[in-house]
Ligand binder design. Structure first.
Ligand code: ARG
Length: 283
């Protein structure tokens, strides 16, 4: 009842306001104001930032049985957004084309285990780094491959356009037909399982997670210290310094209050290793 009478009241108020207006301007030709005209404009809804992520990259981003996008990156960004006081919405976006979607403004940011690289910095901006990563080689258990250079004459699977693709392209050569490119890293690893490629080179976190969760694949991993250290950042449209500042502040806040370490431990079993002390000058 209350709501009904409130509505009546608003309608009446609108009507009389319209009447007053008409009387005030006193123009003969003034058309009758519609009675249902809203009394006051509703407050503008808060902006919801659209976050693109290629959700085939567990444990960073994947889809659960309910189709929800979950993972380390997702939890980190949600925590950052809460600190920054912004609203975010995740949209599954294929890796190929993910940066175009950013450039065209279809996504406000990309959170997708994106490595900060100099080449990418030419066309996009990044938040401060939030994760340390490195390439890792996946091979079959019985493989003789012991280091990255061993892949030179072999068939290698990568996810198209990733830093793994870049490393392998550099080793095997641009024209190499031995590089097998896939639209997702799990697809490349499936190909390794079926014997279509001899190795896969991809981000360590994803390779370790996949190998651990697919014991039937009979994989092992091979690390190589020649792979350059990588860092993930949140990618933003070039020049979006306002959002960049908000995200950096949020990142600093979740690192300071321990929530970053909590999320990290939840996904990787232990907090990130503290920065190693400078090694003593030996060797
Ligand atoms: N870190 C690598 C890169 O930036 C791979 C990231 C792929 N991410 C994904 N969600 N598929 O190139």
């Amino acid at each position: 009842m209350t709501s009904l009478s409130t509505r009546r009241f608003i309608q009446l108020a609108a009507l009389s306001a319209a009447g007053l207006l008409l009387a005030a301007c006193g123009k003969k030709e003034a058309p009758p104001a519609p009675a249902a005209a809203p009394v006051a404009a509703a407050p503008a809804p808060a902006k919801v930032y659209v976050v693109g992520t290629d959700a085939a990259y567990a444990p960073f981003e994947s889809q659960n049985e309910k189709g929800e996008i979950v993972g380390f990156d997702i939890d980190v960004l949600k925590a950052v957004a809460a600190k920054a006081g912004i609203e975010v919405k995740f949209v599954n976006t294929p890796w190929e084309g993910i940066f175009n979607a950013l450039g065209q403004g279809d996504r406000d940011m990309i959170v997708s285990a994106v490595t900060i690289t100099d080449a990418r910095k030419l066309t996009m901006d990044f938040s401060d780094p939030y994760f340390d990563a490195q390439q890792l080689i996946a091979v079959k258990e019985n493989s003789k491959i012991a280091k990255f250079a061993d892949l030179k004459k072999l068939k290698v699977g990568v996810q198209t356009g990733t830093t793994g693709d870049e490393a392998v392209t550099k080793l095997l050569g641009k024209a190499s037909t031995n590089i097998k490119r896939f639209e997702s890293t799990p697809l490349a690893l499936k190909e390794l399982e079926s014997g279509g490629v001899d190795a896969v080179v991809a981000d360590n976190g994803v390779v370790i997670h996949y190998v651990a969760n697919n014991p039937g694949g009979k994989f092992k991993t091979v690390s190589d210290k020649d792979f350059v250290p990588e860092q993930y950042g949140i990618a933003l449209k070039k020049g979006n310094t306002e959002l960049q500042a908000k995200l950096n502040k949020g990142l600093a806040d979740i690192k300071a209050d321990g929530s970053y370490d909590r999320i990290y431990t939840q996904y990787f079993g232990a907090p990130p290793a503290a920065a190693a002390p400078a090694p003593a000058a030996s060797k």
